[in-house]
Design a protein around this ligand. Structure first.
Ligand SMILES: Nc1nc2c(ncn2[C@@H]2O[C@H](COP(=O)(O)OP(=O)(O)OP(=O)(O)O)[C@@H](O)[C@H]2O)c(=O)[nH]1
Ligand SMILES: [Mg+2]
Length: 409
């Protein structure tokens, strides 16, 4: 389902993106026209209006919320006499500033160059018309040819390097699986509060910020759920509507973390007037990534910012949890619900007997599960406990004297 975006709201988001990139917004122009002009996107009158507005406010840069074709970009830069960026370039710019890990940097560079390549091509056509006669090549074109070649070679190297990092990551994930940890990944729109929630749950210290795309590199930490089960929690890069396709492809390696997750926590900002559109945008992207069927829990965050009336309304959405990562409200329930939602390794309530002398097994049971009752019967300890099925299997296999007590006893 296509997500309907209100242009004013989209512009508001562009403003946030621009300030996240370090720009100061001095003015805005909105165009209501259903028919984009192939040469300049906006009509000629609008181009004049933008130029006048930019001059009077001494702007050094014009940013379009819409993506521009190479031709539109060139034409607009010429008629405005200013540097022009589109939404994709702006997002790429933010990502380029924020990427810290080697993988993140490789991915951003790949996305930037992929975006640049056809733009070099576009200019190449214009220059060959100007400079070169029939059968000859102008010097500008030669320069561009070598630029293009350089970009292509670099793209190839980047892809290879990313493949290597990707293989490494796959190995890490395989190790984690061997250690039997399931992964719970936090996903959601940028600025929904994923990192704040991640920190609150795992006592980590991932940087949190009101700027968009504060997190680029995924972080993984151990998290203890309500049953004492330990899982790996993974904080990931935020989503945004109209996510540049290049960026989506380039971030594939990072997003593979999500494919491996046993559960996605979809974190949403309950105080955001555009929360519904943003939820739909995230769902849309998850679907594009082939994760439509991935088990997930919807989590409304920032409920501390709501009025009692708004809270009441939210509570009608029974398929979601309401939490505040800042005050800690609702986090206990979140840990319980996440525990129950891990259907790959479901929680079972079971009755077990273990040898009374085996302190190690008893400790394991208390550490990895919730013991509901326990008593001594001769040389055996009889316990009723709630545990992940895998832990039950581990206990039964680790001592010949450990056994399950049939329910009909
Ligand atoms: N009032 C309130 N503010 C919150 C809550 N959770 C997060 N915030 C604020 O929301 C802003 C964004 O938080 P982050 O945790 O960086 O959001 P994120 O989803 O990780 O964002 P990206 O990494 O950019 O995708 C910060 O200013 C946080 O302080 C909450 O429960 N209540
Ligand atoms: Mg974050």
């Amino acid at each position: 389902m296509p997500v309907v975006v209100d242009p004013e709201e989209s512009l508001e988001e562009l403003r946030e993106l621009a300030s996240s990139a370090g720009a100061e917004v001095v003015g805005e122009v909105l165009q209501h026209s259903p028919e984009p002009d192939p040469a300049t996107l906006v009509g000629r009158g609008k181009v004049h209006e933008i130029r006048a507005a930019a001059r009077s406010r001494r702007a050094g840069l014009v940013i379009f919320d819409h993506d521009l074709t190479p031709t539109q970009l060139r034409n607009l830069e010429q008629s405005l006499g200013l540097k022009v960026l589109d939404r994709t370039q702006l997002i790429l710019d933010i990502f380029a500033r924020r990427a810290r890990s080697r993988e993140g940097q490789l991915q951003v560079e790949l996305a930037q160059l992929t975006y640049l390549l056809p733009r070099l091509g576009g200019r190449g056509i214009a220059l060959s018309r100007l400079g070169g006669g029939i059968g000859t090549r102008g010097p500008g074109e030669q320069q561009l040819e070598s630029d293009r070649r350089r970009v292509r070679t670099r793209l190839q190297r980047l892809s290879q390097a990313i493949e290597r990092v990707r293989a490494e990551r796959a190995l890490h994930r395989a190790h984690r699986r061997e250690r039997q940890y399931l992964t719970v990944a936090l996903v959601g729109y940028t600025n929904a509060g994923k990192s704040t929630l991640f920190n609150a749950l795992t006592a980590a210290r991932v940087a949190v910020s009101a700027r968009l795309f504060a997190t680029l590199d995924p972080t993984v930490r151990l998290l203890r759920l309500a049953s004492h089960r330990r899982v790996l929690a993974s904080d990931t890069v935020g989503f945004i509507r109209k996510l540049p396709p290049h960026l989506m492809a380039a971030f594939r390696a990072t997003l593979e973390e999500l494919e491996d997750a046993a559960l996605l926590l979809h974190v949403m900002d309950a105080s955001d007037p555009a929360r519904q559109q943003k939820e739909a945008a995230v769902e849309d992207l998850l679907q594009q990534m082939g994760l439509a069927a991935a088990p997930r829990l919807r989590v409304w965050n920032k409920i501390d910012l709501l009025t009692p009336e708004e809270r009441k309304q939210l509570s009608r959405d029974s398929s979601a949890l309401a939490v505040s990562a800042v005050t800690g409200e609702g986090l206990r329930e979140l840990l319980e619900r996440a525990d129950q939602a891990l259907t790959q390794d479901p929680l079972v309530e079971t009755e077990l007997q273990i040898p009374a002398g085996d302190g190690r097994l008893l400790a394991l049971l208390h550490r990895r599960g919730t013991v509901l009752s326990q008593h001594l019967e001769g040389t055996r300890i009889i316990l009723r406990a709630c545990l992940p099925r895998s832990v039950e299997a581990l206990i039964l296999s680790s001592s010949p004297l450990a056994a399950k007590i049939p329910a009909h006893r």
